[in-house]
Design a protein around this ligand. Structure first.
Ligand code: PHE
Length: 366
């Protein structure tokens, strides 16, 4: 028994004196490991008589747990001391400037889309999206462009070789207008949405890229007329270009999905070699520029989408987002938008902290 007491005393003493985790682990193995002195004692229980076992068992078990507890307590104490020491020695100076690190910028297209969402949210519009891989029913047929319609050819469509399960031809959407159909079909009326996104046409030069961005607008309600369209576009463009002197000219035009259709021009002047919107296009030194297509939703489109044209009317418009960005922020080559040149992005990009808000002027830059 004296042996056991002596073993316990020396074990506890050495454990208490351990200065680091490594030493502690060595002690654990020495006492509690497979061949450890306490473990060996535990094994002797098997060879004892029941009487011996009854008197010795608790003592040996007590020794085992005393050693195990001491190891755990010492480990905790060492960990705490280590933490205290780190807390005392490591200092974080919050007044130091952040280290120079590469910073990303928000692409002008994303910035403009955020600005659009902000402006139209204020007018009660929701943002909707649709698939870029479309079928020809949503992209053309339901928009009143049947198979043989000449307008289909004007869109320079990228077709896929395959058809979908319903036998529809698959394509990369040529405009955001299919989102009109998808929204009316799935949600019915009334509708007040914008749908920004990528669109694709087989076309490429300084002002055309095979992929570009549009934003679609759609309002369906009762008693909607052309005046609502004009007010909405005027309000949007004034907020977007942050100028009160934006003047619009509505010209009769043709789109299969709107009737009547109106092409919207906006007055501008050249300042420092740049087109600056504002003023009537008929004013001296000014001219008109075609900006977007729009019109009253064609009754046939409402029918395709499952709405009764006797009950519901609406207007729609579509405008190039890249074009809006170029006009507002003064870029002149559309292709640079999609080159991914870091220098261009640093020059024309926006800080992620510059969230567009109406109260600050949607495009405010620090
Ligand atoms: N979808 C047309 C285009 O891409 C634009 C448009 C949208 C015109 C909605 C009228 C109404 O050219």
């Amino acid at each position: 028994m004296n042996d056991m007491d002596a073993l316990k005393d020396s074990a506890l003493e050495r454990i208490a004196a351990a200065q680091d985790g490594g030493t502690l682990e060595e002690l654990r193995i020495e006492f509690l490991g497979k061949q450890g002195s306490v473990s060996v004692l535990l094994k002797t229980l098997g060879a004892m008589t029941p009487d011996q076992r009854q008197s010795e068992g608790p003592k040996i078990q007590g020794l085992r747990s005393a050693v195990a507890d001491a190891l755990a307590a010492r480990k905790q104490a060492l960990d705490n001391a280590g933490l205290e020491q780190r807390l005392a020695s490591e200092v974080l100076d919050l007044s130091l400037p952040a280290p120079e690190s590469p910073r990303g910028t928000v692409h002008p297209v994303s910035q403009v889309m955020d600005e659009l969402a902000e402006i139209f949210a204020d007018l009660g519009f929701e943002v909707k999206t649709g698939p870029e891989i479309e079928d020809d029913w949503h992209n053309f047929t339901a928009l009143n462009m049947p198979e043989s319609h000449p307008a289909r050819a004007m869109h320079d469509t990228f077709y896929f070789p395959d058809h979908d399960a319903q036998g529809r031809r698959m394509l990369l959407r040529t405009h955001t207008s299919p989102v009109q159909i998808r929204t009316m079909v799935s949600e019915g009326a009334p509708v007040r949405i914008i749908a920004p996104g990528r669109v694709y046409r087989s076309d490429s030069d300084a002002t055309h890229t095979p992929m570009f961005h549009q934003v679609e607008g759609l309002v369906i309600d009762k008693g909607i007329h052309l005046g609502h369209l004009k007010w909405t576009l005027e309000t949007f463009l004034k907020a977007f270009f942050e100028r009160d002197d934006i003047v619009l000219r509505l010209r009769p035009s043709y789109f299969p999905f709107t009737e009547p259709s109106v092409e919207v021009d906006v007055g501008f002047a050249i300042e420092n070699g740049r087109r600056v919107l504002g003023g009537s296009g008929d004013a001296p030194g000014h001219a008109w520029m075609e900006l977007l297509g729009s019109g009253m939703v064609n009754a046939r489109v409402l029918e395709f989408a499952g709405l009764d044209p006797a009950e519901w009317q609406g207007f729609a418009f579509g405008v190039g987002v890249d074009r809006l960005a170029m006009l507002k922020y003064g870029m002149d080559d559309l292709r640079a938008f999609f080159d991914g040149d870091v220098r261009w992005l640093e020059h024309y990009g926006f800080s992620p902290f510059d969230q567009p808000t109406l109260s600050a002027g949607v495009g405010a830059r620090a």
